[in-house]
Design a protein around this ligand. Sequence first.
Ligand code: S3P
Length: 184
Amino acid sequence: MSNHSPTPLLVLIGFMGAGKSTLGRLLAAQLECPLIDLDVEISRVHGPIPDLFSTRGESGFRAIEHHQLNQMLPDMARPSVLALGGGAFLQSANRELLSRHGATVIFLDAPFELVRTRVAGSAHQRPLARDSEALRALYEQRRPTYLLAHHRLPATDADPSVLLTSLVQLANQLGVRSPAHDKL
Ligand code: S3P
């Protein structure tokens, strides 16, 4: 993917349970910039995601997801942090949108066992996480596409503060100042 943005839009991608929402929140707080969580926006506008899967099917949900991303991107502040749902980056139309808006995409690469443990018990919130074998197949199938991201961070540590430090360093390298760090 190419990107030429001087003040990046930092986009976190990765499988369900990789920590995108949690780390997105922590990173945005550290950088003192806005956080947008695509799934939160979808739920706010269209209702709970499991309901969307039940009433419209996965393809209906994907259409809403694309529409919401398309609507939000032009108005997003720079810098800001955007956390995507696990399937959003799989749609080539979404990758094109992100590229067109100069987004810097960061793949949180968490091992399968870690994400499996995290999503176990949250199947009611994650319609695609209901079957463990299907989850593994989806994980393997998606990983090559996640690797198209500009940056990959191994997310092996269960402690988010370790990964946060790496993310802040990366953001600084990309030209995003970290006000909390500047004050030290
Ligand atoms: C999905 C992941 C979910 C949510 C929806 C579909 C996926 O978000 O967007 O259930 O296809 O991987 P999280 O990755 O935040 O769980």
